[in-house]
Design a protein around this ligand. Structure first.
Ligand code: X8Z
Ligand code: ZN
Length: 635
């Protein structure tokens, strides 16, 4: 998972159950949770001391940090030059890191039951969660697993659809592909965004989904080996290990996710129903029945995860948002470098230091013409100090303008917590890391665009529904997608979904949560989950669902701090140093404290709460419900 947005040892996932119970009272000392398979102490063995435990964990975090940096450098090269050799080099570095995590986590058991200062106990708990991919504690299986992991990501990164020549004109219809008549992910993304020809859309949709069937046997083995690693570490399976990264027991976390989904689901289904009607007008009731699922290839995105490209179809009478940022950027000949400068400018306006010169020298902004790279956007911190970079195949459009802010959010977070001890250099939880840049991007309002000279005039307030629609097509449409990827993986890792039902289970969940269905029959010869980056790259995904809720909660708090009065969707914190200070205070904590404390530092609240996103879109939901009157809601 070379394009993992974070450093390997960024420990995106904090603390386990035992510690969570203590969040409320925060006693000064913590007992390390006894691991499932703790060996009994040898007769006559001396009980280890607190000082020994402290020395142990400090040595461990130092060692793991060194190995993580080596792995990151190897991964960076792999993701920028996909070859057999770079895959192997990166797999080997990953093996060394994972091996050291396992070894240390097992050795740490001799300190089980010791009464430790809270910070030290937290480090012990985080040790077991230090990598997203645990491996069995033997070199052969660990090597096999890391090679599979590198090859799955490589297969995704190399993925292309080469339309048959006999089909006449290339499916790209002039879209730039990889130069050999084949379509890479950027070319496919562009067609999905721009084409309204249902045959062409279906063709490229099917084409992209041909990259993943070869992953299927490898993924099956990957699940076996990663689960074995997770079990040796004391977790039920890899899904349970991921769910343990949120300072609460894994089952409580599942319930929390369900609670939040219930809060936002009605808003999603209002949007779904409205868009189904609009798509029915565009493509006909035959293609888009008014009471059934929406065909997956018609939503403007290869995974139907964000629907912002359908803005022209969705626009209420009287117009959409009133401006077209893509057109403005293209007309003004803004290049990739300037796109990133705009992002940096937002952070510096909040009082953050500018990015270092090496960021500009070492980042990848443009897809190279002569080699395979992992284009999926990611942010990197190569030395846990100042060597920050992004890797992104930037297109000059509204979506990537926002994605640049997303990625820089990771970089500014990484830099803010660099003074923490290595084990605490990570997001308060994975969702916090994903939410920071998006929070900033919520401030890309028309008033902000005018302020930085990209818009001549702020569109009149009649544009309210148009603007909220534009935002909802990305933010609200994403929610069920953000949820379902791990609903699928949790079932796969637990064995509830066996390999023989991988694809059926995937489409069952897409229907249940997104109300989306494939337009052509899918079978178990397909492996459609593998056509989404985070599955072959093994990046857990619930973080994005939660980030889409948290970013509105953060935005609400920062706007309050900035003294903004008025509807939340009009607030931009650009240039507000008070908001910047508040944000930095949270970022600097890294994952040194359980996430409810970090949340409290910024918002004064201790629970994730969907009321901010609901309030933000309240006028739109009212409008949608009027449009949907008399229509069947959902599928
Ligand atoms: O993967 C990402 C970022 C990198 S962390 C570009 N995102 C998810 C996706 O693209 O699937 C951001 C939104 C969801
Ligand atoms: Zn991200």
């Amino acid at each position: 998972m070379t394009a993992h947005p974070l450093r390997r040892l960024s420990l995106t996932v904090p603390l386990i159950a035992a510690l969570l119970a203590l969040v409320a009272g925060i006693p000064a000392r913590h007992r390390i949770e006894a691991a499932a398979a703790t060996p009994p102490p040898e007769p006559g063995a001396k009980r280890p001391t607190v000082a020994e435990a402290t020395a142990f964990i400090e040595a461990a975090e130092k060692r793991l940090q060194e190995l993580a940096i080596k792995f990151d450098r190897a991964s960076w090269v792999q993701a920028n030059f996909i070859t057999q050799d770079t895959e192997k080099i990166s797999a080997d570095a990953n093996e060394a890191l994972i091996g050291a995590v396992t070894e240390n986590a097992l050795a740490a058991r001799r300190f089980d039951g010791l009464d430790l200062p809270a910070g030290v106990a937290r480090k012990f708990a985080l040790l077991k969660l230090a990598v997203e991919l645990p491996a069995p504690n033997n070199a052969a299986e660990r090597g096999e697993l890391t090679e599979i992991a590198a090859s799955l990501e490589g297969t995704y990164g190399r993925g292309k659809y080469c339309p048959p020549a006999a089909a006449g004109a290339p499916a790209g219809g002039g879209a730039e592909g990889s130069g050999d008549g084949c379509l890479d992910i950027n070319a496919i993304t562009r067609i999905m965004a721009e084409s309204r020809d249902p045959r062409q859309l279906l063709d490229v949709w099917r084409g992209w989904h041909t990259i993943s069937p070869p992953m299927r046997p490898k993924y099956q083995r990957f699940v076996e080996l990663a689960n074995k690693g997770a079990r040796e570490m004391g977790f039920k399976d890899l899904g349970a290990m991921w769910r343990s990264g949120y300072d609460m027991p894994p089952d409580a976390f599942s319930a929390e996710v369900e609670r939040l989904w219930k809060q936002v689901a009605p808003l999603y289904w209002s949007l779904h129903t409205y868009m189904r009607t609009q798509l029915g007008k565009q493509y006909g009731a035959q293609a888009v029945p008014p009471d059934g699922p929406i065909p997956a290839h018609l939503l403007g995105n290869i995974w139907a995860q964000q629907w912002g490209n359908l803005e022209p179809l969705a626009a209420p009478p009287g117009g959409g948002a009133g401006y077209d940022l893509t057109k403005i950027l293209v007309d003004r000949k803004v290049d990739d470098h300037q796109m990133v400068r705009y992002g940096e400018g937002f952070f510096t306006s909040l009082g953050f230091d500018p990015l270092p010169a090496t960021f500009w020298e070492r980042s990848l902004f443009v897809k190279p013409a002569d080699r395979d790279v992992v284009c999926h956007a990611s942010a990197w911190d190569l030395d846990a100090q100042e060597d920050l970079r992004i890797k992104m195949c930037i297109e000059i459009n509204d979506e990537d303008f926002r994605t640049v802010h997303h990625e820089l959010g990771h970089n500014f977070y990484q830099r803010a917590y660099r003074r923490q001890p290595p084990m605490f250099r990570g997001g308060a939880n994975g969702a916090f890391h994903e939410a920071i840049g998006d929070t900033i991007a919520l401030s890309i309002t028309p008033a902000y665009l005018k302020r930085i000279g990209l818009l001549d005039a702020v569109p009149p307030p009649t544009g309210e529904i148009g603007y909220l629609m534009k935002m909802a097509l990305d933010k609200v449409a994403f929610l069920p997608f953000g949820l379902l990827i791990d609903q699928w993986r949790w079932k796969v890792f637990s064995g509830e979904v066996p390999p023989a039902s991988y694809n059926r289970a995937w489409w069952d969940l897409r229907l249940k949560y997104q109300g989306v269905a494939p337009a052509v029959a899918r079978t178990e010869s397909d492996f459609d989950p593998g056509a989404k980056y985070h599955v072959p790259a093994n990046v857990s995904y619930t973080r994005y669902f939660l980030a889409h809720i948290l970013q509105f909660q953060f935005h609400r708090a920062l706007c309050r701090e900035a003294g903004f009065q008025g509807p939340l969707y009009q607030c931009s914190i650009y240039g507000n140093e008070a908001a910047g200070r508040k944000l930095r205070a949270m970022l600097e904590l890294g994952q040194s404290r359980p996430w409810p404390e970090a949340l409290h530092a910024l918002t004064g609240e201790r629970q994730m709460d969907a009321t901010a996103i609901i309030d933000y879109f309240a006028p739109l939901q009212k409008w949608l419900d009027e449009q949907n009157r008399g229509k069947k809601i959902g599928v």
